[in-house]
Design a binder for this molecule. Structure first.
Ligand code: FES
Ligand code: FE
Length: 318
């Protein structure tokens, strides 16, 4: 079921002059760049099954490290060095998947049919916003648990107490709705200034758009008027392994060192990771009777319902 969706698998900038290994839903992939863009294929040479990610790229082709067979951008074998003049068997063809480059990431869809669109990220195409692609983060957790933690509005005062936490744990009533693409939630809270506990309470607004299954777009409206959008695109590497690709776009602070922005995001994510990797059960329970929900959890409850509506959590037979 998940194979029919677009998932991020690598930073676009990381796929340049060498083949790159990635994994999506337990499928090992090789990514390689040619004049036609990035090709994503099963990481398996059609000759003897060596991983092509061990090979190299020359002249717009990926060359297998074992016997040097060359494959073009379409995954077709175009050269067998041992027999340069002999016809090439048609079966010497890589299993190629659909891939697309967007928001500084490579996205792959393992299924042949079209599937849902990738989450919009309008700030990424807005020249007024600075874009910062954070290096991917590897979590030993399911993608559903990770996305749920990203959209949770009741954990700030506890998990992020040392970074940006507001000390007031009360969650005001907020708006959540199910949409054709996932979940929309609009959360406004009033909190003291983190750096100055005596300052008057300020208004923070966070607008979440979760694109099921595993991408979430958050816009934080800071009390100062600045806006920061954060795309949290999560790759379900395996059932309990997630590679998170955070991409920041913001319309303020453009002279702040990029390394500082990245370090701050890494710190926040690490705080969430310490909890989420220890949650049980590891899979996000889609049966709402399995865990307890309060009003603050409305985003999470809606997200779980939307995943169930996609077909997750149901038994499938081939
Ligand atoms: Fe790749 Fe032989 S296994 S060329
Ligand atoms: Fe968090």
């Amino acid at each position: 079921m998940l194979a029919g969706h677009w998932h991020p698998v690598a930073l676009a900038a990381a796929v340049c002059d060498q083949p790159v290994a990635a994994r999506l839903l337990d499928q090992d992939l090789v990514l390689y760049r040619t004049a036609h863009g990035v090709t994503a294929a099963a990481d398996l040479c059609a000759h003897r099954g060596a991983p092509l990610s061990l090979g190299k790229i020359r002249g717009g082709r990926v060359i297998c490290a074992y016997h040097g067979y060359c494959y073009d951008a379409a995954g077709r074998c175009v050269e067998v060095p041992a027999h340069p003049a002999a016809p090439i068997p048609g079966k010497l063809h890589l299993r190629v998947f659909r891939s697309i480059e967007r928001y500084g990431l490579i996205w792959v869809n393992l299924a042949a049919e079209s599937g849902r669109e990738i989450s919009p990220f309008p700030e990424y195409d807005n020249d007024g916003y600075q874009k910062i692609v954070v290096p991917p983060l590897d979590w030993a957790a399911s993608a559903g648990r990770q996305i749920e933690s990203f959209c949770d509005v009741a954990h700030f005062a506890f998990v992020h107490e040392k970074t940006f936490a507001v000390r007031d744990p009360v969650v005001p009533r907020y708006h959540v709705e199910a949409t054709p693409w996932g979940v929309f939630s609009d959360f406004t809270s009033h909190a003291g200034n983190v750096s100055d506990p005596n300052a008057a309470a300020e208004t923070w607004r966070r607008v979440y758009r979760v694109h099921v299954p595993f991408t979430a777009h958050l816009v934080i409206h800071f009390p100062s008027g600045g806006k920061m959008a954060l795309l949290n695109a999560s790759c379900p590497v395996s059932a309990r392994r997630t590679r998170v690709f955070p991409v920041v776009a913001r319309d303020f602070g453009h002279d702040e060192p990029v390394a500082d922005v990245i370090a701050f995001q890494q710190r926040i994510y690490a705080e969430d990771q310490a909890i989420v990797e220890r949650q049980n059960p590891e899979d996000l329970p889609l049966d709402l009777g399995e865990e307890v929900h309060v009003r603050a959890d409305l985003t999470s409850v809606t997200y779980r319902r939307q995943l169930a509506a996609l077909g997750l959590g149901r038994g499938f037979t081939a």
